[in-house]
Design a protein around this ligand. Sequence first.
Ligand code: COA
Length: 184
Amino acid sequence: MQVYGAIHPGSHLSDNFAHLGEGCIIAFPRTALFGEEFISVGAGTMIAPWSTLSAGYGPGVPGDHAVELNIGRRCTIGLRSGLVAHERITIGDDVFFGQDVFVTDSNHGYESLDTPIGRQFGSTSPIEVGDQSWIGHGAVLLAGARVGRHAIVAAGAVVRDEVPDFTIAAGVPARVVSRTDGAG
Ligand SMILES: CC(C)(COP(=O)(O)OP(=O)(O)OC[C@H]1O[C@@H](n2cnc3c(N)ncnc32)[C@H](O)[C@@H]1OP(=O)(O)O)[C@@H](O)C(=O)NCCC(=O)NCCS
């Protein structure tokens, strides 16, 4: 099942994607997969089993503006990770995710007191992760998170704004605790 269920260039479902680079693989089983026409996965990238990749608000429901989920080349996305794009998520090249990492560029709305929050659409803000960065186990990247180049997000951190290039951020909310380049 794992062999036949995997998605890679030339496999079943591969034509549905915006782009699948040579040698990339989206392992089986997956938790959820929709909006493939807005999803690009770069060459040599591995997306581990039980992951979620979604672009748009539901199968065939892209929302009221453009949506993109772009994962670069030679990345590893760990087991049970989720990337949920309602606007734009961009992961650079050579990025490594631990397991159980969750990334979403959107929130539910809550302004209508008569409508369940889960049925209200809210604000979105794009997410970026720079080349060569490492996202630790169980980290969460919320709408507007921008992780720079060669940066680290510590295990369990929750990022909602900027983690600059060459820094290490930890905690909830994530704060810079160290650097990867030894400066400062
Ligand atoms: C961030 C990390 C890489 C350590 O980086 P480091 O530069 O060696 O940092 P240090 O251990 O010197 O810690 C610096 C500070 O951050 C804190 N810190 C480190 N990791 C933390 C975490 N995950 N959550 C909260 N605080 C953390 C330390 O307690 C320390 O605080 P202090 O200065 O008040 O004592 C490591 O702790 C980590 O989270 N690794 C992720 C491992 C992982 O997820 N592996 C599986 C995926 S492949």
